[in-house]
Design a protein around this ligand. Structure first.
Ligand SMILES: [Zn+2]
Length: 242
């Protein structure tokens, strides 16, 4: 864009000649630029040369275009993966970390907790139900703690009878953050909603039910990080003592 602002310069003349001569599949800088502009749905190089943008305007234009591109790409990708259904793509996506990382202070213990939670949100935390994906030998999907149902994320976080006491203890904290018993009752009675609240309280599916302030979003993110860590530690203890 700097060259585009200097139409009398030699560089400008080389640039316009290259734009005119180079075919779209060549390895030249101009064809690479053309592809990038096309990818982000920006004006063509010729259009940009015709209507030269100021530095600030161009920066803003490029940032918005790349934000839109990545937001759409990630949304489409997540929509095809059921393990990602609890994860909300942030708006804007660039330079805007997910609430999980925004709410995590740079302390070793908090980062470790956040990692457990990140693996649970993305479905990469190894539970009995997905262990088979990571193991060559046959693994039973049944929960080793209660022996009743398959150990899924939903089971671990909201259903397992062997963890009910731990769950009750931790839900008092959620009650304190929400200040509202009716909302808490609605959430705890609907397993999907509860798991959504635990895994990503910024998800658009919760917006109709509960309006959270930024401070509540941070508190609700920190609360299940500690809750998930307790569950996972307790689970590991029971499994290793069996
Ligand atoms: Zn169980």
């Amino acid at each position: 864009m700097n060259i585009a602002r200097l139409p009398e310069s030699v560089e400008y003349k080389i640039l316009t000649r290259q734009l005119f001569m180079a075919d779209s599949d060549s390895k030249t800088l101009t064809s690479k630029v053309r592809k990038i502009l096309e990818k982000y749905n920006l004006p063509t190089p010729e259009e940009l040369l015709k209507e030269v943008q100021t530095k600030d305007k161009w920066k803003k234009m490029f940032k918005n275009a790349s934000n839109d591109y990545w937001e759409n790409t990630w949304r489409q990708e997540l929509a095809t993966q059921s393990t990602m259904k609890y994860l909300q793509v942030q708006h804007p996506v660039v330079d805007n970390p997910h609430n999980l990382w925004k709410s995590t202070r740079p302390r070793q213990h908090e980062v470790q907790r956040a990692e457990i939670k990140a693996r649970l949100i993305t479905g990469t935390f190894i539970l009995q139900s997905n262990a088979i994906k990571y193991n060559k030998s046959e693994v039973s999907a049944t929960c080793k703690l209660c022996g009743v149902d398959d150990e899924t994320r939903e089971h671990l976080l909201g259903r397992c009878s062997a963890l009910s006491q731990l769950r009750e203890e931790n839900f008092t904290r959620l009650r304190a953050i929400l200040f509202d018993d009716n909302t808490l009752t609605t959430i705890t009675q609907d397993l999907d909603m509860l798991i959504q609240m635990i895994l990503d309280c910024t998800h658009s599916s919760l917006k109709d039910l509960v309006v959270l302030s930024k401070a509540q979003e941070t508190d609700i993110e920190r609360w299940p990080q500690a809750y998930c860590e307790r569950l996972v530690t307790h689970r590991a203890k029971i499994i290793s003592s069996n």
